[in-house]
Design a protein around this ligand. Structure first.
Ligand SMILES: Cc1ncc(COP(=O)(O)O)c(C=O)c1O
Length: 309
């Protein structure tokens, strides 16, 4: 499909932008240019982001996402407005209304990107603090492909290793070339996604999701010391496990643990919980999506719909 056609798909849609040049953020047509070429997010990947879900116009786990955005921005000394949560709520509400994604059954993926801002001069650090650029985008959530739910995901190990000692390991920055590279490796191998290992050989995470293994009555996930993003869905699952009779455990796990697991799944805010049934071409457990995975997915979906929690 040509680029012209792809851009035409954005007609009638919007983005919300505060580029620090006006007094406040505003809605702009999504198919018009909006971010400066001098923006440091574009130039250097000097930016942080969050991806969240809004169901019926209500943002799921907004406070958790704002807290993580603050941690990511704080460690990079990117200044954020004090009333960030209120501004994000206002921006998302305006954007969802403009794009007709706020009806009772609407399901939207929201991305908040905050870059250090626009710097006219070259160089790794701007000479003086500049106001951040805040961009909010929304998409209708696409249902998971039937194949991913019915046959489960096939994963391979990425050749990119994660350094647990890196101060950047747990930050959600837009410098995502490692993740894109790993996803390309998965595609070349005919797999759906790749798992990162740490430099010392422990399981870390998938390219945009956290990993869980079920072994007996234990629900295991890589420890925060394994260069993972501390996922909001991961936290929810760790809290959910006890209530359904699983024993949650944050561990230093190996590829052997994954290969020998009864079942495995990955999780993230927008894609939810997806079964993993093969690793490096070999079946995990029965090679079919597991029953605990199905239960977790259903319970998480109910939570997102607001049925409980
Ligand atoms: C690398 C990575 N790990 C884990 C996750 C899952 O995080 P969350 O559950 O907060 O969406 C994401 C989400 O995008 C991610 O990009």
């Amino acid at each position: 499909m040509s680029r012209r056609v792809r851009l035409a798909e954005l007609a009638g849609r919007h983005v919300w932008l505060d580029d620090g040049l006006g007094d406040a953020g505003r809605l702009l047509p999504a198919d018009a240019p909006h971010v400066s070429g001098f923006d440091r997010g574009f130039q250097l990947g000097d930016a942080v982001f969050e991806t969240m879900r809004a169901r019926g116009g209500r943002i799921v786990e907004l406070a958790e996402h704002v807290a993580r955005l603050r941690r990511s921005a704080g460690d990079l000394e990117i200044g954020l407005p004090d009333e960030l949560e209120r501004r994000i709520s206002t921006a998302v509400a305006a954007l969802l209304a403009a794009d007709h994604l706020d009806s009772r059954d609407a399901d939207a993926a929201i991305r908040i990107t905050v870059s250090r801002g626009i710097a006219v001069a070259r160089g790794l650090l701007p000479a003086e603090a500049v106001p951040p650029t805040i961009l909010v985008q929304a998409w209708p959530v696409q249902p998971a492909p039937a194949a991913h739910l019915e046959r489960g995901l096939h994963l391979v190990a990425s050749s990119v290793r994660r350094d647990p000692e890196s101060p950047l390991a747990a930050l959600k920055t837009t410098s995502r070339a490692d993740y894109v590279y790993a996803r390309l490796e998965a595609r070349r191998a005919g797999a759906d996604d790749a798992i990162f290992l740490t430099l010392d050989g422990h399981l870390s995470e998938a390219t945009s999701a956290n990993l869980f293994l079920v072994r007996g009555s234990r629900l295991e996930t890589p420890h925060l010391g394994c260069a993972i993003l501390p996922g909001t869905t991961r936290s929810w699952i760790l809290g959910w496990a006890g209530g359904v009779g699983l024993e949650p455990a944050e561990e230093f796990l190996t590829t052997r643990d994954l290969a020998e697991a009864d079942e495995a799944f990955v999780c993230s805010s927008v894609a939810g919980i997806l079964p993993v049934t093969r690793f490096e071409g070999r079946p995990i457990g029965s090679g079919e999506p597991g029953r605990w995975t199905g239960r977790a997915r259903r319970d998480r979906d109910a939570f997102i719909r607001g049925d409980r929690g």
